[in-house]
Design a protein around this ligand. Structure first.
Ligand code: KG4
Ligand code: ZN
Length: 343
């Protein structure tokens, strides 16, 4: 079946057409209109501006997704949309647009949880990947360890208690004067520094849980930078970026190690914008080899927000009987596990 999917939960307006079926997972088109240039001016996403930019872009992004796939709405079997979690105004633009399309063209509507979509991006490039597996979700808004028991059966077993990993990357980058969004810039800078130059506190909570706290690590880096500035000490920004990144990666690996002991799995799947980080990928590859588990990462272009991942997950939700009605609403926060079928 062909699914037209829409994603607008944060600062990318995206539409895609995916062809899904038994053993088939093909991305026909995946158009992403990034708002980075608009928000860079403010050093972060401005929700009201994001909603307006989604409204401006969504029609032509969708037209382009259909054109690149060589299809019209007549060839589409279902419309899918990210309905939760995310910026409420931004989500509403996608949800309203998708509802309009489904109503006008008499297509079933499928609502998708954004984080489920990030995990599903892996199905596009790892054809033999199927649940159950353990997933690490690292994005701008989430850092969680999730047990994926089936395509639509999820259990979050570890989470951040404050900032997400991507948020920590972005905030540290901002204090270091790097352009927004800072994650990718930090990745580059860290490659030039010594990861053992500065000792920062771990983000892995020492309480036996699988939870993280990235806020303490972020504050420690900021304090280090401010102190150096106050005493007039010259520091290497590359060393700070490398040391921060190493601490963050070590913290994640530590909790994954504990998670695999608690919930043995032969497969580890990584998802979310921060999974594009080259140092994290290297650390996870090393860890997976040591623990003899197979590691699945999405290609870099499917790590960040995109509609193809939403279409892929929508197929699995559809097969499980999920349909949304025209009363579908967006939700700013939502647990990856709790999904009630809407009618
Ligand atoms: O998944 P995503 O596109 O949006 C959310 O759902 O949050 O993730 C965006 C986050 C941002 O914080 C961005 O800085 C971070 O992913 N990011 C990176 C890299 N590329 C994107 N963080 C570290 N290294 C990267 N190479
Ligand atoms: Zn995301």
């Amino acid at each position: 079946m062909n699914i037209l999917s829409i994603e607008s939960s944060c600062d990318e307006t995206s539409a895609a057409v995916v062809e899904m079926g038994e053993g088939v997972c093909r991305i026909r088109s995946n158009i992403i209109a990034s708002q980075i240039a608009v928000h860079a001016l403010y050093g972060g996403v401005v929700p009201e501006i994001a909603s307006r930019a989604h409204t401006e872009a969504i029609s032509h992004v969708t037209d382009e997704a259909l054109a690149v796939a060589g299809m019209t709405m007549q060839d589409v079997d279902a419309v899918a949309v990210t309905a939760r979690p995310g910026l409420i105004g931004a989500l509403l633009v996608g949800v309203s647009f998708a509802k309009g399309l489904a109503y006008t063209y008499h297509k079933p509507l499928i609502d998708v949880h954004h984080i489920r979509g990030h995990i599903a991006a892996n199905y596009a490039v790892h054809p033999h990947l199927a649940p159950p597996f353990l997933a690490l979700v690292v994005s701008g808004g989430h850092t969680s360890i999730v047990r994926v028991k089936d395509y639509t059966d999820f259990e979050t077993v570890g989470r951040t208690r404050d900032d997400a990993a991507g948020e920590a990357f972005d905030k540290v980058a901002r204090v270091m004067g790097l352009p927004y969004p800072g994650g990718a810039e930090m990745d580059r800078l860290a490659s030039e520094g010594n990861p053992d130059a500065v000792k920062f506190p771990s983000a892995a909570l020492a309480d036996g849980s699988l939870d993280f706290s990235f806020s303490g690590l972020k504050t420690a880096v900021m304090n280090y930078l401010h102190h150096a500035e106050q005493v007039g000490e010259t520091i290497s920004r590359a060393d700070v970026a490398a040391s921060f990144t190493k601490t963050l990666c070590d913290s994640i690996v530590k909790k994954l190690d504990l998670a695999l002991r608690r919930y043995p799995s032969r497969r580890l799947v990584v998802a979310g914008g921060v999974s594009a980080n080259s140092h994290l990928r290297a650390a996870l590859e090393q860890f997976a080899a040591k623990r003899k588990v197979s590691l699945c990462c999405p290609p870099r272009d499917l790590c960040g927000d995109n509609a193809a991942m939403i279409g892929i997950q929508a197929y699995h939700e559809y097969r499980a009987g999920r349909r949304a009605g025209l009363s579908l609403n967006a939700e700013a926060t939502a647990e990856v596990r709790a999904e009630e079928t809407q009618q």
